[in-house]
Structures are given as C-alpha cells and as structure tokens.
Design a protein around this ligand. Structure first.
Ligand code: HEM
Ligand SMILES: *[C@@H]1O[C@H](CO)[C@@H](O)[C@H](O)[C@H]1NC(C)=O
Ligand SMILES: *[C@@H]1O[C@H](CO)[C@@H](O)[C@H](O)[C@H]1NC(C)=O
Ligand SMILES: *[C@@H]1O[C@H](CO)[C@@H](O)[C@H](O)[C@H]1NC(C)=O
Ligand SMILES: *[C@@H]1O[C@H](CO)[C@@H](O)[C@H](O)[C@H]1NC(C)=O
Ligand SMILES: *[C@@H]1O[C@H](CO)[C@@H](O)[C@H](O)[C@H]1NC(C)=O
Ligand SMILES: *[C@@H]1O[C@H](CO)[C@@H](O)[C@H](O)[C@H]1NC(C)=O
Ligand SMILES: CC(=O)N[C@H]1CO[C@H](CO)[C@@H](O)[C@@H]1O
Length: 327
C-alpha cells in the first residue's frame, strides 16, 4: 500500500514535470542560463535610444509584424537567401521597417555573454518594451523563452499584416486570426500615438480615394488640405514622412484617440475604429479614463500579442545571427 502510494506520488510528479516542460513562456526564462540577459538588453537600450528615439516606434512595429506572421519567432528579421527566397522583409509592409542593425547589435552583446542561448525573437520583444519604456511609454511584462523560426515568406506577411486601407471587417478578421479581440485591436492601434508614416501609406485618401480623383470623406477636410499643402504634395510621394499623432508623436499618450474622434486618424484603419459601436465605445472609455488606465490596458494586450504562436521547448532554434537561419 505504502509502495503504491509512493509510486502514485512519483507518477504525479512526473506528470507535473512533463507539463512544465511543455510550450510555455515564463518570466525570467534566462535567469539561470544567462542571468544578465535582460539587463544587457535594457542597458544597451537605455544607453542608445536617446540618440535615436524614433527607434522605439519602429521596433515596436517590428515586434507587431513579427508576431502576426508565423508567431513571434523573429521570422521578420530573416534576409532573403536561396532557402528563404522571398522573406517577410521583401513584402511591402516591410519596406518601411528599420532598426535591424539595432537588434543585431544587442544580439552580438548577448552572444558574447552567453553564446547560442538568447533567441532573436525574445530580443525583439524585450527591445520593443525597453525602448518604449525608455522613451516614457508604458511598461508591459515580457515573459521569455521564445525560439526562432526558420521560415519567412513575403506572401504570408501580405496576407496577415493588415494594410492601412483596411476597413473594420478586415481588421477584426486579421486580429481574430491571431486570437486578438476588438479590445486588443483598439488598444494595440494606440501604438500609433508614437512614430511616423510615409505619405504613400495614406495618400490615396488625399488624392484618389475611389479612383475619380477624390478625397476620403471620413478624413477631416481641413486636416487633409493641410497634409496636401505642407506634406504629401502628390499621390506618388513615397519619401516624405508625417507624424501619425501630430503634435505629440514622441509621447505615448491618449491624443491618438482624441484625433480619431476628430476624424483625424491618418489611415483608413485608424478611422475604421470609429465605424463600429463596440470599438468606438472602447475609444471613448479610454479617453474618459486616466493615462495610467490606457497604459495598464495596453500592457495586457501587448503581453497577449507577444504570446502569439510562440515556439518554445525544442521547436525552432536559437539563431546565431538574427538575419540568417543556422546552417
Ligand atoms: C491595426 C492595424 C494596423 C495597421 C493597418 C497599421 C499600419 C501602419 C502603417 C501603414 C504604418 C506606417 C508605415 C510607414 O508608412 O512608414 C504604421 C506605423 C506604425 N505602426 Fe502600425 N498598423 C497597425 C497596427 C499596429 C500595431 C498593433 C502596432 C504595435 C503594437 C503598430 C505600431 C506602429 C508604430 C509604432 C508605427 C510607427 C513606426 C515608425 O515610426 O517607424 N501598428 N502602421
Ligand atoms: C523561390 O521559391 C518559390 C516557391 O517557394 C519557387 O517557386 C521559386 O523557384 C524560388 N526561386 C528561386 C530563385 O529559388
Ligand atoms: C471591407 O473590405 C473588404 C476587402 O477589402 C471588402 O470585400 C468588404 O466589402 C469591405 N466591407 C465593408 C463593410 O465595406
Ligand atoms: C486614380 O485612380 C484611377 C483608378 O485606379 C486611375 O485610373 C487614375 O489614373 C488615378 N489617378 C491618378 C492621378 O493617379
Ligand atoms: C517611389 O517613387 C518613385 C517616383 O515616383 C519611384 O521611381 C520609385 O520606384 C518609388 N519607390 C517605391 C518603393 O515604390
Ligand atoms: C461591431 O462589431 C461587432 C463585432 O463584429 C458586431 O457585433 C456589431 O454588430 C458591430 N456594430 C456595428 C454598429 O457595426
Ligand atoms: C542581411 O541583409 C542586410 C541588408 O540587406 C545586410 O546588411 C546584412 O549584412 C545581411 N546579414 C547577413 C547575416 O547576411
Ligand atoms: C528593411 C528591408 O529589408 N527592406 C527591404 C524591403 O524590400 C525591398 C525590395 O522590395 C528591399 O530593397 C529593402 O531593402
């Protein structure tokens, strides 16, 4: 009887052990394998982000693009090669991604400290968070243990990353595909409170909305006139950049949502958030609450986004160089 109980106990422990080795991110995943990993990332970001605060926005966006294609597995970082012949980087949405060299620099510091331990996918997630915090934005938890993927396809980026011309239906569908709901959609779109856009991402709204040389009636006409006169002087301008949250594009605040209600969201996708009563009421709730409430809610949605289809345990690999799969 006693022996049997012992056996039962051992069996139970084995089950718990097996359960714990299964696909799970955890806080401080590297605490024994590379104890300084998170501090190395944070120190580098704190020391260098002030030279280029715009990197906070671009790497936050990189993390989003990474997670929406094959999960958060650093597939967004892979260069085109013969085995990955048209990677996500080549897709239109990536034409405007920057910050790859910043990630490479952090990776080289981590390889020096702990070779082949820290994944590029975790580096992107940590740098995005640390850079946003260093520039005065919200903090969110980044459980770690992501592993790197080996496949990257531009066609999948085009199919999964919502274009700026998305309407509400498309946004809801593309977010739902990733397990994200309408609340996440509203909160994560709030990332557009920082950063810039190229005119080409929205100039159809100014010059040729339905193909007859017209403007998007959902865009405030005064704002549109201003953009045309001062910034985006033609439909084909693909070099000029515009602040997405004019007046406070470096400050993580609620003014993105204020602009939405004034019909001054820059993209059709921003404007679409006001076309559905559910998302519109989320926007109103955020505007009625304190900034800390937005930060806390944004943090929940970021943590959720950071868990999309992650590879853990023995799947994937720890890349040596973030731009290429291990040979
Ligand atoms: C809801 C659907 C979304 C659409 C359609 C969208 C689209 C875009 C586009 C077209 C740009 C400008 C690119 C350029 O022309 O340079 C942009 C910029 C940006 N996006 Fe989004 N985005 C979406 C959601 C998100 C999410 C979920 C995040 C992060 C959580 C995010 C973060 C950013 C940031 C920070 C920038 C500024 C990048 C910079 O300054 O370099 N976006 N987005
Ligand atoms: C690239 O990949 C596609 C399909 O994955 C294939 O049809 C094509 O031949 C490849 N091109 C090159 C140059 O390898
Ligand atoms: C949203 O866009 C999709 C594809 O771009 C289109 O098929 C659909 O009719 C649009 N929905 C609405 C409600 O306009
Ligand atoms: C506006 O769009 C229509 C239809 O796509 C196109 O035929 C026309 O050339 C465009 N106008 C300009 C100025 O590009
Ligand atoms: C940007 O516009 C110029 C001039 O219209 C064009 O030659 C170039 O191919 C465009 N670049 C991209 C990436 O579309
Ligand atoms: C808003 O979207 C939700 C979810 O798709 C839907 O149930 C609701 O009917 C939509 N409301 C409007 C006014 O379109
Ligand atoms: C990846 O591509 C970039 C630019 O296209 C290049 O600078 C970099 O050296 C490449 N990285 C590797 C490891 O091949
Ligand atoms: C950052 C990056 O890799 N951008 C690439 C996007 O794709 C074009 C080609 O379509 C490349 O020229 C860019 O280098």
């Amino acid at each position: 009887m006693r022996g049997f109980r012992h056996f039962g106990m051992m069996f139970f422990c084995l089950l718990v052990f097996m359960g714990s080795t299964e696909a799970q991110l955890q806080m401080g995943f590297y605490s024994s394998s590379c104890p300084n990993a998170e501090r190395i990332v944070q120190d580098y970001v704190n020391r260098h982000i002030h030279n280029a605060p715009s990197l906070a926005a671009t790497i936050l966006r990189m993390h989003f693009h990474d997670c929406f294609v094959r999960g958060c597995d650093a597939s967004v970082l892979l260069n085109t090669t013969s085995s990955n012949n048209q990677t996500e980087k080549v897709a239109t949405p990536n034409l405007t991604l920057r910050g790859f060299d910043f990630i490479d620099k952090v990776k080289s510091l981590l390889e020096a400290a702990c070779p082949a331990v820290v994944s590029c996918a975790d580096i992107v997630a940590l740098v995005a968070r640390d850079a946003v915090v260093a520039t005065g934005g919200p903090f969110w938890r980044v459980p770690t243990g992501r592993r790197d993927g080996t496949i990257s396809r531009s066609s999948e980026a085009l199919n999964n990353i919502p274009p700026p011309t998305s309407n509400f239906t498309n946004l809801q569908r593309l977010f739902a595909n990733q397990g994200l709901d309408l609340k996440d959609l509203v909160l994560l779109s709030g990332a557009h409170t920082i950063g810039i856009s190229h005119c080409s991402s929205f100039s159809n709204r100014l010059y040729n909305f339905t193909g007859v040389g017209d403007q998007d009636p959902a865009l405030d006409s005064e704002y549109a006139a201003n953009l045309k006169a001062r910034k985006c002087r033609s439909l084909n301008d693909n070099t000029t950049i515009v602040e997405m949250d004019p007046g406070s594009f470096r400050t993580f605040d609620l003014s993105y949502y204020r602009h939405l209600l004034k019909r001054r969201g820059l993209f059709q996708s921003d404007s679409a958030l006001t076309t559905n009563s559910t998302t519109l009421s989320f926007v109103n709730q955020l505007l009625q609450g304190p900034l800390q409430n937005f930060f806390a809610e944004f943090a929940n949605s970021m943590e959720k986004m950071g868990r999309i289809n992650v590879k853990t345990g023995t799947t994937g690999e720890i890349r040596k160089h973030c731009a290429v799969v291990n040979s």
